[in-house]
Design a protein. Structure first.
Length: 532
């Protein structure tokens, strides 16, 4: 097995992505998760850039990491001074990490136009920096910035820069596709060229790959580099990073471990990929970002089946439309229902075994789904509303309550300091008797929820366990302006399970009522079935 190192830069390069901001505690929590996942190197940040990164390196020493080596990141010494005098070098050494990653210029264009020094001075900056840190007892990983663009511009100079780093003691030469514009064939060719340059100079120094995703090729480029001999892949969890992001280590790891034979990584355990979905979502949650449903391997849609033909085939053989078992990466299979569904989708989602073989019922449910979806309904994230729809089609729906009327009033006064006041009134039939209740809330949906609870709580004590988790509104036909239909999606929980409901109307209050009422019916119906 050829061992491939995984180098994570989520905490440094990933944090440069738009909308990404990690607190100190976030960075420490992600560090622990990355270590548990078996990541070889974790780049913690640039200790001279901000107080938070400096504090991170002081705190991370107290973590009892099992496998990962934490790296401090920095740049070559400044021009016109020695490495020992450079404050950046002192900050890197004070960080106390056993590994330091240094980035230096590879492209003659950047040396002249951005750095503004002579070619010779840039070589000296690289050599002096790596030698100083090595002599100070640090392992140095050298990031050759703009390597691929620099080699294409001036191969001889690019070669000279990486040889300078290797001769000064760098243990790995990282070839960076900094602009993200290189294609896989070019990556493979230039990785081979860099390796031959090092070997030709008598230097047994492995090369690594660091790709940005500006052409949506960062993962493909990383795999091409490994095939060409790279022994380390750098990237970020979920591909976070500047501009279009970095190589997504989730996909890199999954491909190397599950799709390409002969590679060992993350300590070599067979179950090393089974926590990838959990790791991906942990980083999203910590960064306060929404998941990407279509993210390969770990997205919620990665193993979701919607087309009727697909679902029919998957029911017989899962490999017919799945390239790996979802459990291999800690994900799960989902069957969706929509106007594109066939009878197989409906049968797979019907929770009652006694109804799954009723072809006439399944056809009726499918026809109703198609009709409602044409009006803007969507059941993919509203499994509870779908279950209730099946019960209604089967004639087995037993409502916990019946609506007589509801009213929502919103009062806002011009006087300073007067808050907006919302009041909801509901009239319901509950167990043959009429209930009439009023409640206030923080907005119309909250007020309706409170009034419903007041009307139902005496008859249904189980209602106290249920509460709403999420509420979303989506305009369906925006061209109609303020008369457009809206779709309201509600997510609820009883502390054990979570369910979704949906409502559609031109009136946002009515759409909210429909979704809210479905959530109550679903919860109370299940509670009644569970009671002795």
């Amino acid at each position: 097995m050829r061992q491939i190192e995984i180098y994570d830069t989520t905490l440094r390069d990933g944090s440069q992505g738009e909308g990404v901001n990690f607190s100190l505690e976030d960075k420490l929590a992600i560090t622990k998760r990355l270590d548990e996942a078996g990541i070889d190197f974790i780049e913690g940040g640039y200790p001279l850039s901000n107080p938070k990164d400096a504090q991170y390196f002081a705190r991370v020493r107290d973590l009892k990491l099992m496998r990962s080596k934490v790296c401090a990141f920095g740049m070559t010494r400044r021009r016109g001074m020695s490495a020992a005098e450079d404050p950046g070098m002192r900050a890197l050494l004070d960080a106390g990490t056993s590994v330091v990653t240094i980035v230096g210029k590879t492209s003659a264009f950047h040396v002249a136009e951005v750095l503004g020094v002579s070619r010779e001075e840039n070589i000296a900056m690289i050599s002096d920096t790596v030698a100083h840190l090595t002599e100070s007892g640090r392992e140095v990983i050298y990031d050759a910035e703009h390597f691929f663009d620099g080699w294409k511009l001036d191969p001889a100079y690019a070669r000279e820069t990486i040889l300078a780093a290797a001769l000064a003691g760098a243990t790995r030469i990282v070839l960076c596709d900094t602009n993200g514009g290189t294609l896989p064939e070019e990556i493979a060719g230039l990785v081979t060229a860099a390796r031959e340059a090092l070997i030709g100079a008598g230097l047994d120094v492995p090369v690594a790959i660091h790709c940005h995703n500006d052409c949506d090729l960062a993962v493909a480029n990383s795999l091409a580099a490994v095939a060409a001999g790279a022994e380390q892949v750098q990237g970020t969890i979920n591909g976070l990073g500047e501009r279009c992001g970095n190589a997504d280590l989730i996909s890199v790891i999954a491909n190397l471990a599950l799709k390409l034979p002969g590679y060992g990584l993350l300590g070599g355990g067979e179950a090393s990929t089974t926590h990838l979905t959990e790791l991906s979502r942990f980083v999203y949650e910590t960064a306060n970002m929404t998941y990407r449903p279509g993210q390969p391997f770990v997205g919620s849609s990665a193993f979701a089946h919607k087309g009727g033909m697909h679902v029919h085939a998957v029911a017989k053989a899962t490999e017919s439309y799945e390239h790996i078992p979802p459990e291999a990466v800690g994900n799960s299979r989902r069957i969706l229902v929509s106007e594109l569904s066939g009878r197989s989708n409906i049968a797979a989602l019907v929770s009652r075994p006694d109804l799954r073989q009723d072809r006439a019922l399944l056809d009726g449910v499918l026809a109703e789904v198609c009709r409602l979806e044409n009006e803007g309904w969507q059941f993919e994230a509203a499994g509870a509303s779908f279950d209730l729809l099946v019960d209604r089609c089967a004639g087995t729906f037993r409502p916990a309550f019946e609506k007589i009327a509801y009213n929502v009033a919103v009062e806002s006064r011009a006087e300073p300091g007067n808050d907006v006041r919302t009041e909801a009134t509901v009239k319901l039939l509950v167990g043959g008797s009429q209930r009439h209740e009023v409640a206030e809330g923080d907005g119309p949906v909250n007020a309706l929820d409170a009034a419903l609870r007041k009307a139902l709580e005496q008859a249904y004590p189980a209602l106290s366990r249920m509460h709403l988790l999420d509420y979303k509104v989506r305009v369906i036909n925006a061209q109609e302006g303020t008369a457009a239909k809206v779709r309201v999606s509600i997510e609820s929980t009883d502390g054990t399970s979570v369910w979704g409901t949906v409502g559609v109307s031109e009136n946002v209050i009515e759409a909210s009522w429909l979704a809210l009422a479905d959530s109550f019916h679903y919860h109370l119906g299940r509670a009644e079935k569970r009671s002795p």
